[in-house]
Write a protein that binds this ligand. Structure first.
Ligand code: URP
Ligand code: ZN
Ligand code: ZN
Length: 481
């Protein structure tokens, strides 16, 4: 048991900011006090075990990244971050909880897939972790197994309208899964892209010699995302199942979400930093790299794809975050190295493993949105911590600085600076041979990271350990209307 006092900072929540000291006892926050308060003794700094001076800095609830894929077998290879390397990188960036996707592949039992995920993660995480369940094969067995998920602390599951032959569900399967989810109170998460149509377009492009990463974005046209988003909303409406659409990138998909929300539906959307900052033209179509030439764009092959800046998708994502048509920012962290992994798709964009690594940079990249005036300071906290906690049944324990909550706290310095990337003086701890964010400069810095009362990062050093992170049994969503 030890005590920690964070003094002199500005505590920022989703609803406001206030000068306050935060007292931690063991793993929990026990008091949020007016600065210099004598309520608990005349000199608290002298009586606690440790003091963190946050003068001039923000004190925020630890980040929650609700969409990660550690060690995901995908695209003929496996995502390059283990639960250990990925959660250490998360801690460096101020993320103190992740929700990863346990996988049921087609033909496998859900119980088997879930047990495998527990085995990968247990004892290896530097920060707390929970799971969503990917249901990759909706059949009688998996529908039955869904009934056990809530007891396992898994209250959300993901279906795919994309990736035929891998995780794909057809409309009949989606309908059945949503009916079951409505019965159980599970939140349906949807990868909303029309996979069968995309595969036809991709084959046609490939056959006409259009083989570079850029054409990944052309094949996965915005119409494919809008159509699938609309279809998912209609199926959710019919079955009265709450719906959370993952990795939204098309402005037309946001419009579909907004329309459903205007009708009072429990329909939610998440976007990711890549859809706010990166584009089809600049990244997927990159030509300049000496090593990779026109294959450099493979670094940014992910699905849904990066979209055209000219068409205004990035601006629409920021706007959706401001208007709450989009409620959250997760990373969809799914890293692959260029060497031996992305390289599998040299000469055929269809074989490039889909995914980008960003877990370390989410808080910083979103804080830059505060600096540039895209979002407020409070919205930054809401998008990266408070709403993820509420959406996925963790609020109260996570997502808030208040007595009784886990002491997951980040001290963020608005006068600090962060250079992202792998070069000298930059930050990158993910297990990758490149950074999708090389050269991004942030006008702020994650100074101190505390997870359940343990200081994981301080003075530019990592003090955490694999195994500190505990499994999070989640409750039902606390965000439904
Ligand atoms: O490109 C992506 N998004 N890779 C991870 C798998 C998924 O669809 O979320
Ligand atoms: Zn997906
Ligand atoms: Zn994903």
């Amino acid at each position: 048991m030890s005590t920690l006092l964070i003094t002199g900072g500005t505590v920022v929540s989703s609803t406001g900011r206030t000068a306050a000291d935060v007292l931690v006892d063991d793993e929990l926050i026990v008091a949020v006090l007016a600065p210099g308060s004598t309520l608990l003794g005349s000199d608290l700094t002298a009586s606690v075990d440790r003091v963190v001076d946050a003068t001039g800095k923000y004190v925020i609830p630890g980040g929650i990244d609700a969409h990660t894929h550690m060690q995901l077998p995908f695209g003929g290879t496996e995502a390059s971050d283990t639960f250990e390397t990925g959660t250490i990188a998360a801690a460096w960036g101020g993320t103190t909880s992740i929700i990863d996707f346990a996988v049921q592949t087609t033909g496998q039992r859900i119980e088997t897939g879930l047990a495998a995920w527990h085995e990968k993660a247990a004892g290896n995480c530097a920060v707390d972790y929970g799971f969503h369940q990917i249901v990759g094969g909706v059949d009688e067995h998996s529908l039955k197994a869904m009934e056990t998920l809530v007891d396992e602390g898994i209250t959300s599951y993901k279906l795919f309208m994309a990736y035929p032959g891998v995780f794909y569900s057809d409309d009949a399967q989606i309908l059945k899964a949503m009916q079951k989810a409505a019965e159980l109170g599970l939140l349906t998460m949807m990868h909303a892209e029309n996979g069968p149509a995309i595969d036809v377009l991709a084959e046609q492009l490939y056959n006409s010699g259009k083989t570079t990463p850029y054409f990944h974005g052309i094949a996965r046209a915005w119409q494919m995302e809008e159509e699938a988003t609309h279809r998912a909303i209609m199926l959710a409406d019919l079955t009265e199942s709450p719906l959370y659409v993952v990795h939204v990138s098309a402005k037309q998909a946001v419009a579909q979400l907004a329309a459903a929300r205007d009708r009072g539906k429990n329909v939610f959307g998440e976007t990711c930093p890549q859809y706010l900052y990166l584009s089809l033209e600049e990244q997927l179509g990159a030509q300049g790299d000496k090593t990779w030439g026109d294959f450099e764009g493979a670094k940014w092959v992910c699905s849904t794809p990066l979209r055209s800046r000219e068409d205004g998708h990035q601006d629409a994502m920021w706007q959706g975050l401001r208007t709450n048509d989009l409620q959250m920012v997760s990373t969809d962290h799914c890293p692959f190295c260029m060497k031996d992994q992305k390289e599998l798709g040299k000469g055929d964009f269809r074989a490039i493993p889909n995914g980008i690594g960003s877990i370390e940079h989410r808080l910083d990249l979103m804080y830059q949105g505060v600096v540039t005036g895209e979002i407020t300071l409070e919205r930054w906290v809401e998008l990266t911590s408070t709403t993820p906690a509420r959406m996925f049944g963790l609020y109260g324990t996570k997502g808030v600085i208040a007595p009784g909550a886990d002491a997951d706290i980040v001290v963020y310095d608005p006068h600090g600076h962060t250079s992202i990337g792998m070069g000298e003086g930059r930050t990158h701890h993910m297990n990758m041979d490149h950074s999708a964010w090389e050269g991004y400069e942030i006008d702020g810095h994650v100074d101190v990271v505390v997870s359940r009362g343990s200081v994981l990062v301080e003075n530019g050093e990592f003090h955490g350990r694999a195994g500190h992170g505990q499994y999070l049994r989640r409750g039902l969503s606390q965000y439904l209307v």
